[in-house]
Design a protein around this ligand. Structure first.
Ligand code: PBG
Length: 321
């Protein structure tokens, strides 16, 4: 039997630029992007670890120029990663290792009080073995790591961080951070927890920039197995219960389903992290003449917004047009 009509004609609403603009369901603006920086000790240091890949190492004195750039663009904020000049076996040198990044935080807040500053809270770039937690008898020890992370969070909070962002994937760290911050009169400091951080190969370029690759083994005893969706949802549920203010999921592009799941499972703000390896794929493909880098980035970032991310941590925030 021949159908009487062809059915709904969706192309009507796409027929011209004005229609497409009017019916666009979500958007991507500068304010949706947060730029990461790797803070190194010293002066006058400003280097992109590999040209075009957006991984910037800066000494604190070079931040003002970047802050001006982000403010001019209307970027959402910045995320700092400490790259200490020396490593330690345990948490004993934490305070000393944190000092340059604390100076950087204070400087950001002085220059641009309203530009949100997120500070990564993890041990991998501080410890000689490169794991995200303390090692005891060859194993990552959860509870002593959490105590160390809480001390770190308080240090970032005291320096003026708006957000601490635990990316270690130890159990119970969100609650421990909340309690430690509150006990130090830092109740205004918010927690953006990396609720679902997959055990992913897409972090490799980052580890070069942060000097944080594990010396032995891998991160599979703490990061989320890529195959597990229900367990990822439990991670989300627990971080909500423990008092996180916002949740982060990464890598972003390979976990859009989880971003959508999280969007439906809770009402907390959601953040996607377009990690170093995701961007590296686009960069390498563009360099090989296979696609347009900026257009590809925009498409990837818009998909993250559509999946449910309120904003995105991305190495292209500072160059976004
Ligand atoms: C630290 C941390 C990592 C990333 C963010 N915080 C790397 C890791 O787990 O080794 C990755 C971000 C990126 O690849 O851009 N734990």
């Amino acid at each position: 039997m021949k159908p009487q009509m062809l059915g709904p004609r969706l192309r009507r609403l796409r027929s011209n630029a004005g229609m497409r603009r009017l019916f666009q369901e979500c958007s991507l603006e500068s304010r949706h992007l947060v730029q990461p920086y790797f803070v190194v000790e010293g002066q006058g240091i400003r280097r992109e670890v590999r040209e075009g890949y957006g991984l910037w190492q800066l000494s604190a004195d070079m931040l003002p120029e970047e802050i001006r750039l982000l403010e001019d663009k209307g970027a959402g904020g910045l995320m700092l990663f400490a790259v200490p000049s020396f490593k330690c076996e345990d948490g004993a040198a934490l305070q000393k290792q944190m000092a340059p990044t604390q100076r950087a935080i204070a400087l950001c807040k002085k220059q641009a009080p309203h530009l949100p500053v997120f500070v990564d809270t993890c041990l991998c770039s501080f410890l000689s073995h490169g794991h995200c937690g303390l090692v005891k008898d060859g194993k990552i020890d959860n509870d002593s790591s959490v105590a160390c992370l809480a001390e770190m969070a308080v240090g970032w909070g005291k320096a003026g961080a708006d957000f601490v962002s635990p990316s270690d994937m130890m159990d119970g760290r969100v609650l421990a951070l909340r309690e430690a911050l509150d006990a130090a009169d830092l109740d205004a400091v918010a927690i953006l927890s990396y609720a679902v951080k997959m055990q992913s190969v897409f972090y490799s370029p980052f580890r070069d920039a942060a000097n944080s690759a594990p010396e032995f083994g891998d991160r599979s005893s703490y990061q989320e197995p890529v195959a597990n969706r229900r367990e990822a949802l439990r991670e989300i549920e627990l971080d909500v219960l423990e008092g996180a203010d916002a949740l982060l999921i990464k890598p972003a592009l390979s976990n859009l389903d989880l971003i959508r799941d999280a969007r439906e499972a809770c009402e907390l703000p959601l953040v996607a992290y377009q990690v170093s390896g995701e961007l590296a794929m686009l960069r390498a493909a563009a360099d090989a003449g296979m696609l347009d880098f900026e257009a590809a980035c925009k498409e990837a970032l818009l998909s993250m917004r559509r999946a449910g991310a309120d904003f995105i941590v991305s190495y292209v925030a500072r160059s976004f047009k």
